[in-house]
Each structure stands twice: as C-alpha cells, then as structure tokens.
Design a protein around this ligand. Structure first.
Ligand SMILES: Nc1ncnc2c1ncn2[C@@H]1O[C@H](COP(=O)(O)OP(=O)(O)O)[C@@H](O)[C@H]1O
Ligand SMILES: [Mg+2]
Length: 250
C-alpha cells in the first residue's frame, strides 16, 4: 500500500494576477522524501513554495497539502536588523497553535528551547538573530518550523551564502528531519545537492521535468530547458555545472 502523499500537485498553475508565473506543475511528495526544486533565478521556485504554503491560490490544476508547512524563506527576505533572539524566533512557531487570546508562556518557551537543541543551537538561544551566521539563522528558522510541528518543510535556497562545513551540517540535518517522516522541499542551485534528494523537479516558468535525480539530471535537454543553455562543461570534472545567473555576460 502506498502512503498518502503529503503534497500532490496536478496541472498546477499559480502567479500574481497576470500570466501564471508557473504552470504544468505535477508531483507527489510522500512522508520521508526530499525534493529538490531546480531552476534559474525567476524560474518560479519561490512561487511554487508560496503556492504550497497557501499564500498563492492555484489559477489552474489542483494542489493538495496534507500537513502543516514550516517555511525557511530566502535569506535576503528576512530582516536582520530586528532585535529578536534566536529563542524568540523559534517561539514564533507556537503562535499558529495558540488560541488568539493567549500569549506564548513557559510551555512555548520550552518547546522553542527543545527545537533549538534539536538543531544544535541551544547555547545560542539568547543571541540576537541578526548576529548569527547564515547557517545558524537557517537552523533557527528550521527550529521555528519544528515548533510548528510541520510535517512539510519548505526551504528556499537554504545553502546560498553558506560555507562548505555549514552547508554539509545543514544537509545532514535535513536528511535527519526527512528520516523522521517529514517531507522536505529544497529550492536550490546546486546540482550535486539535488542529486542526493529523492526527487528533482526542474522548473523554468513551466515544469520541465520531475522524477528521480538519476533520470532527470542525466538528460541534457532537461537541463538546457531548465537553465536556458547556461550549462557549462567543466573541463576535467565529471558531469556538468550550472552557471549561476550573475555569471552571465551581457
Ligand atoms: N510578488 C510578485 N509579484 C509579481 N510577480 C512576481 C512576484 N514574485 C515573483 N514574481 C515573478 O514570478 C516569476 C517567478 O519568480 P520566483 O518564484 O521568485 O522565481 P525564483 O524563486 O525561481 O527565482 C518571476 O518572473 C518573478 O518576476
Ligand atoms: Mg526564489
């Protein structure tokens, strides 16, 4: 018997009022699976995550999400000048579960502290969020999602700007969290990282392909349609690399 998918999209289109920013999106994510979202800047990765979160309504097709979603937004979108501690950020995850008349109290503080512990940050609970490193901030936001008891984690380019050890630590944490039965969607530019996910979905306005990484990433025409030809063969290395958009010469 196959488990009910946590997320199921069929013929999904969504956008911001004009022509849909994404269309033809079709995938199913089961508990314990990781899905890499690959696409160029402006390809629609964040738009798809926002649709899953319920922030954008489908303009075509269907989207079923069978679990609470916790989100780790793209870093440049979070405010770093706001004087709030790591613990307080994690505690924000409790707000959706509290009745409107209750403020977070001791139980919520304890839940937030446990979640920080879980992501390896207990000792930094009182540190100001904006003073943490990029990798530590990603972990605090994951803790916030854990406090929400999210069955689905949506991570928007969580590795951007992280050094290698932080990225590897974060990757290991993601594998652990999926191993506990969560579904995890990761928007990324990193082909290597996509290779280690259970599923890869390529999107460039419309969905180009979705499937097992060994199938999707082996198909040069898929990568070309996804990145619009910005694929380079690295001499002396196996496989291909993607030129990040800011490396384009105009
Ligand atoms: N708030 C918005 N209002 C209107 N258009 C938007 C908005 N956010 C993104 N878009 C457009 O939707 C498309 C997909 O963007 P986005 O989902 O942010 O791509 P990605 O995350 O892959 O870089 C782009 O053409 C972008 O300009
Ligand atoms: Mg984005």
């Amino acid at each position: 018997m196959r488990p009910e998918p946590l997320i199921e999209a069929a013929g999904l289109a969504a956008g911001y009022g004009g022509a849909p920013a994404i269309s033809g999106v079709e995938f199913a994510l089961a508990a314990g699976q990781t899905l890499a979202l690959l696409g160029p800047n402006g390809g629609g990765k964040t738009t798809l995550l926002r649709a899953v979160l319920g922030e954008l309504r489908p303009v075509a097709g269907t989207l079923c999400v069978g679990a609470a979603c916790g989100t780790v937004p793209q870093t440049e979108r979070s405010r770093l000048d706001y004087p709030v501690s790591a613990l307080e950020v994690a505690m924000m995850g409790t707000l959706s579960q509290l009745p409107w008349w209750r403020r977070p109290g001791r139980a919520e503080r304890e839940a937030a502290a446990r979640a920080l512990d879980r992501v390896g940050l207990r000792s930094l609970a009182d540190e100001t969020f904006g003073r943490l490193s990029g990798g530590q901030r990603q972990r605090v936001l994951i803790a916030r999602a854990l406090v929400q008891a999210a069955g689905v984690l949506l991570l928007d380019e969580p590795f951007s700007g992280l050094d290698r050890p932080s990225a590897e630590g974060l990757e290991a944490l993601i594998v652990e969290l999926a191993g506990e039965g969560r579904g995890v969607v990761i928007a990324t530019h990193d082909l290597e990282q996509a290779r280690s996910c259970d599923l890869v979905l390529c999107i460039n306005g419309r969905q180009v392909a979705c499937g097992r990484p060994e199938q999707v990433l082996a198909d040069v025409s898929v990568l070309e349609a996804t990145y619009g030809g910005a694929i380079v063969e690295i001499p002396g290395s196996e496989g291909r690399a993607i030129l990040p958009p800011h490396h384009h010469h105009h």
